[in-house]
Design a protein around this ligand. Structure first.
Ligand SMILES: [Zn+2]
Length: 339
């Protein structure tokens, strides 16, 4: 399947059939390459699923890509955002400015966007630096990771909850709340066509980042949420998936099963790692010992920060399952296997 990966330069807008067009929008400087924005036709103007990264070349790709399939960005009726991340929500605000479209997003991600918009500059940097330090990160890593941050997305006008039908005349497009990658991630089930827009939840070859921020939170368990959300999508049957990255594929249920197995294996390896450790380990030490797609030494600080978030999410799930525990009264926090 991996052989099907093609760079953005080889992507073209195309008719996927059934009144749905795919418009690739580049993500500048990101190895993921592009977001697949989908335009669903309706008598009242197209509705977009996601909008792409907020950058001038991405805007031109979206505008001209819609033009190439006979649509005008000024006619867009609405933008449903699968989740608040900048490669999905980034351009939604500009589409709204051009066309007067509504922007719809799940209530949990809407709450995060509100927080991001209220929480800028030094306060955010201090928060992030403190989070990294508490996880056992080094000083250089703290300095490098805290420098970078995209602009927060536009505030949505319509807040979605699980099961809501999207305002799309003549079609049945239902909101399927699939928390995990973000707390308010949604898939959109086109019930009249046995197809589902999967956002980042179910992708054909890669798996979405599941992390906890700050790393030592104990009030959430996003990996368990994600695994439950995979079951939810499986329950809808063997649908055709229209994902936000990579390519369209058949059988969401089969792919959701594979992704679940991948995480269960990762959880098992992590438990083994802790069972073999001589003493309780910090999140940073654990992340450094886990198996990634490249050696830990080669990770730039930003990716170390994300890997630590991913480690934290897996640790939290093992903790909730009663397999490991966090050692109390130490800073940074440490984890150990239950003996
Ligand atoms: Zn994402």
């Amino acid at each position: 399947m991996k052989s099907r990966r093609r760079p953005y330069s080889e992507q073209r807008p195309f008719d996927t059939g059934g009144g749905v067009w795919s418009v690739p929008v580049p993500i500048p400087g990101n190895p993921l390459g592009y977001t697949l924005v989908y335009a669903i036709e309706s008598p009242a103007g197209p509705v977009l699923v996601d909008a792409g990264w907020n950058a001038p070349e991405a805007w031109l790709a979206l505008r001209d890509g819609l033009g190439a399939v006979g649509m005008d960005v000024r006619d867009v009726r609405g933008v449903v955002v699968t989740h608040f991340h900048p490669d999905h929500a980034g351009l939604a605000g500009q589409v709204r400015e051009e066309s007067g479209a509504w922007i719809a997003m799940h209530e949990a991600d809407t709450a995060l966007v509100r927080l991001m918009r209220d929480f800028q500059g030094d306060a955010h940097r201090d928060f992030q630096a403190d989070m990294l330090r508490r996880a056992g990160a080094g000083t250089v890593e703290v300095e490098e990771v805290t420098g970078n941050r995209p602009r927060p997305p536009a505030m949505p006008d319509r807040v979605l909850t699980d099961g809501d039908l999207i305002d799309l005349p003549g079609r049945r497009l239902r909101t399927i709340w699939t928390p995990g990658h973000t707390p308010g991630h949604v898939c959109l089930h086109l019930e009249d066509a046995d197809r589902i827009f999967t956002g980042d939840h179910v992708l054909p070859a890669i798996t979405p980042h599941i992390g906890i921020y700050p790393y030592d939170r104990v009030d959430v368990d996003p990996l368990s949420d994600f695994l439950e959300s995979l079951e939810k999508v499986k329950g809808l049957g063997h649908l055709e998936a229209l994902p936000a990255h990579e390519w369209i594929f058949h059988d969401t249920a089969a792919r959701a099963t594979e992704i679940g197995v991948h995480h269960e294996e990762k959880l098992r390896r992590l438990a083994t790692l802790l069972a073999e450790a001589e003493e309780p380990l910090t999140i940073w030490e654990i992340a450094g010992r886990m198996t990634w797609n490249r050696p830990w030494e080669d990770f730039p600080p930003i990716l170390r920060g994300m890997a630590a978030g991913e480690a934290a999410a897996h640790l939290r799930t093992l903790e909730v399952r009663g397999i490991i525990h966090r050692v109390t009264g130490v800073d940074p926090v440490r984890f150990a296997i239950h003996s």
